[in-house]
Design a protein around this ligand. Structure first.
Ligand code: 3UK
Length: 513
C-alpha cells in the first residue's frame, strides 16, 4: 500500500498560489494579501519556526486578534507539521496560563497587546517559552521576544511541507465543559479539508467569487472554518477585522467589502434586527449562517423579511470542528437545526441507551469525518465523549418524521450565551467570593428575543440589603475575573435556594421560574 502524503496547509494554498496568484486571499483592517504572497509568507514563517528550534509535533500557541498574520501563523505551523493551538484572546490570565502548561507549547505567537500577559505567565512559571509578537506600533526592544514580521525573509524555494498523512494530528482548539479545566481538542489534517467539502461546498455552495466575513473570530472552530478553511478551499476572499462584532462594525464591513457570505450568532442577528438597518448595505449578501446556539424562529423569519436573503441555522461543535446538522437553501425549517449534512450521521440516544423514536427526546451523537480524536491528557473525558466512530455532543434533540432535528437544550449544565459556552459553576464561584453573598445559583433565563443569558439567584448575608449598586459590584466582579460576557443579566435576591433532601441545589426549579 502506498502512503499518500497529505498536508492541510499545502492543500489549502498550493493550487491557489499557482492558479490565482494575484487574487486577494485575505483583507484585514490594515492590508491585503494575494494567494502567491500568502503561500510565500506561510513557507517563510514555517521555515523560521524550524530554525528557531521547533520540531514537527511541537505545539505553538496562537493568541491573536483576527488579522492576516493569524492565517499565516496557523498555516505556517501546519506546513512544518508543528501543531498550532489557537486560543481565545479574551481569556483571563489564569486560563492562558493553564493552556500554556497543559499544551506544553514551545512557543507563543500573540498580538502586541496580549504580550504582557504572556511575559508575566512565563515569569510565574519560571519558563522561557519563545514569544513571537505581531508588532504593529510599539517597540518591543529589550523585551525577550521576537517580532514575527521579521520572520518573513527566508528563502522558501525548497521548503517542502512536512510529511504528514490525512490522519496525522494537525491542530488543537480548546473546548470548555461544565466542570474542570478547558480541554485541548485534537484535530487531524483531513478534518479541515472535510469540513470545507461536506458543509461549505455542499450546503453553502461556496464559489471562488464569494467574499466571506465571519463575526465569530478565527480562534473559534466556527470562525476558523468560516474565515480561513472555507475561503481558501475554493480560492475565495476572506475579510478579517480586529474590531468587536457590533451591529455597526459588522454592517460597515459587509457594505464596504461587498460581502456575499456572512456568519454570525443569534445574539448578533437579534441586535442587528433591532437596529435601523439600511437594507441596501446588504445587497451583496447571498446567504447568512447562524450557529453557536439555536436561532429562534422569529429571528430566522424576520431576517428573511428584512434583508431578503436566507439565514441558515446549523449546529456545530469544537469536537466535530464545524456544522454537522443544518438547514439548507432548499429546505429551511425556522426554529429547527435541520437535517444531517450529507457525510454525517446522527442518532439520538435515550437514558436507557436505546435510540429515541420519532419526536422523542434523546442525546445527540454524531458520526462523520471531521471529529477530533481525543482531548489532550484527559483520558476519562475522552472516553466518555469519543465513542469509537460516534461523538457525543451533550445536546438534547428530537427528530420528527421528516428527519428534521430540533434542539431541546443541553444535557449537561452548560449554557450557550452569545454562541459561547458558560458554565454556571464558574459564575457561581466568582459571585460566591463576594463578601455579601452566602449562596448563589446561576441558571439560564430567556431574554425578550428568546435567547439564553445567565441569571443569578442570590442569598445575601444577614443585614445586607439588595440594591442596584450591589448588582453592579457583582457584575464588575464577574467581568474582571472571567471572560466579560459571562456576567449575569438579572439578579434575584432570595431568602433560600430550592434544595433536595441531600442539600443539592434544584436548578430545574429555578430554570422554570
Ligand atoms: C451548541 C447549538 C443549537 C450545542 C460551533 C458552528 O458552537 C460551536 O462550537 P462550541 O464547541 O459549542 C458546541 C455546542 O453549542 N450549538 C452550536 N450551534 C447550535 N445549539 N443550535 C445551533 N445551531 O450545544 C453544541 O453542542 O462552542 C458552531 C461551527 C463550529 C462550532 N464549533
Amino acid at each position: 500500500m502506498s502512503i499518500i502524503k497529505y498536508n492541510a496547509a499545502f492543500d489549502l494554498l498550493h493550487n491557489n498560489a499557482l492558479n490565482l496568484p494575484k487574487k486577494f486571499a485575505f483583507i484585514d483592517d490594515n492590508e491585503s494579501i494575494n494567494y502567491f504572497d500568502l503561500q510565500e509568507k506561510v513557507k517563510s514563517l514555517s521555515k523560521s519556526l524550524l530554525k528557531l528550534g521547533l520540531n514537527q509535533g511541537d505545539k505553538v500557541i496562537i493568541c491573536m486578534h483576527d488579522c492576516i498574520n493569524f492565517p499565516i501563523s496557523f498555516l505556517g505551523a501546519i506546513w512544518s507539521g508543528i501543531i498550532p493551538v489557537s486560543i481565545n484572546t479574551m481569556l483571563p490570565k489564569q486560563d492562558l496560563k493553564y493552556m500554556l502548561e497543559d499544551s506544553g507549547a514551545k512557543a507563543i505567537i500573540c498580538s502586541e497587546d496580549l504580550l504582557n500577559n504572556f511575559i508575566e505567565i512565563n515569569k510565574e512559571l519560571n519558563k522561557d517559552t519563545l514569544l513571537l509578537v505581531n508588532v504593529r506600533k510599539k517597540s518591543i526592544e529589550n523585551l525577550n521576544c521576537l517580532n514575527i514580521n521579521n520572520l518573513f525573509n527566508e528563502d522558501t524555494k525548497d521548503h517542502l511541507p512536512a510529511i504528514t498523512l490525512p490522519r496525522t494530528e494537525c491542530f488543537w482548539l480548546y473546548s470548555s465543559g461544565s466542570t474542570g479545566k478547558p480541554k485541548g481538542t485534537i484535530h487531524l489534517h483531513e478534518s479541515l479539508i472535510n469540513s470545507a467539502k461536506l458543509y461549505a461546498k455542499n450546503i453553502l455552495a461556496i464559489k471562488e467569487n464569494d467574499i466571506f466575513f465571519s463575526a465569530a473570530k478565527l480562534f473559534f472552530a466556527y470562525g476558523l472554518g468560516n474565515a480561513l478553511t472555507f475561503p481558501l478551499s475554493i480560492g475565495g476572499t476572506s475579510i478579517l477585522t480586529e474590531a468587536r462584532p457590533t451591529v455597526d462594525s459588522v454592517c460597515k464591513i459587509i457594505k464596504k467589502n461587498s460581502v456575499s457570505l456572512f456568519f454570525g450568532v443569534p445574539t448578533l442577528y437579534a441586535a442587528m434586527l433591532n437596529s435601523k438597518l439600511i437594507v441596501e448595505d446588504f445587497q451583496s449578501l447571498r446567504l447568512a449562517v447562524s450557529a453557536g446556539e439555536a436561532l429562534p424562529e422569529h429571528l430566522c423569519n424576520k431576517w428573511y423579511e428584512t434583508i431578503g436573503c436566507n439565514v441558515l441555522d446549523g449546529i456545530g461543535s469544537t469536537e466535530m470542528l464545524h456544522i454537522f446538522i443544518s438547514n439548507s437553501v432548499k429546505e429551511i425549517y425556522p426554529g429547527a437545526s435541520g437535517k444531517p449534512v450529507p457525510g454525517y450521521e446522527a442518532r439520538l440516544i435515550k437514558d436507557n441507551k436505546k435510540e429515541a423514536s420519532v419526536n422523542e427526546i434523546g442525546e445527540l451523537e454524531i458520526k462523520g469525518p471531521t471529529s477530533a480524536i481525543a482531548y489532550w491528557n484527559k483520558p476519562e473525558k475522552s472516553k466518555s465523549t469519543f465513542l469509537g466512530q460516534w461523538t457525543r455532543t451533550g445536546d438534547k434533540y428530537t427528530k420528527n418524521k421528516l428527519g428534521v432535528y430540533t434542539y431541546c437544550g443541553r444535557a449537561d449544565d452548560m449554557m450557550k450565551v452569545s454562541g459561547q459556552y458558560v458554565s454556571p459553576f464558574e459564575v457561581e464561584a466568582v459571585l460566591q467570593s463576594h463578601n455579601s453573598v452566602i449562596e448563589v445559583a446561576v441558571v439560564g433565563a430567556r431574554d425578550k428575543e428568546d435567547l439564553l443569558k445567565p441569571k443569578a439567584y442570590i442569598v445575601l448575608k444577614e443585614g445586607i440589603l439588595a440594591c442596584k449598586e450591589l448588582e453592579q459590584e457583582l457584575t464588575e466582579l464577574v467581568k474582571a475575573t472571567l471572560t466579560p460576557f459571562k456576567y449575569p443579566r438579572w439578579y434575584e435576591f432570595v431568602i433560600s435556594l430550592p434544595k433536595t433532601a441531600t442539600g443539592k441545589i434544584q436548578r430545574y426549579k429555578l430554570r422554570n421560574k
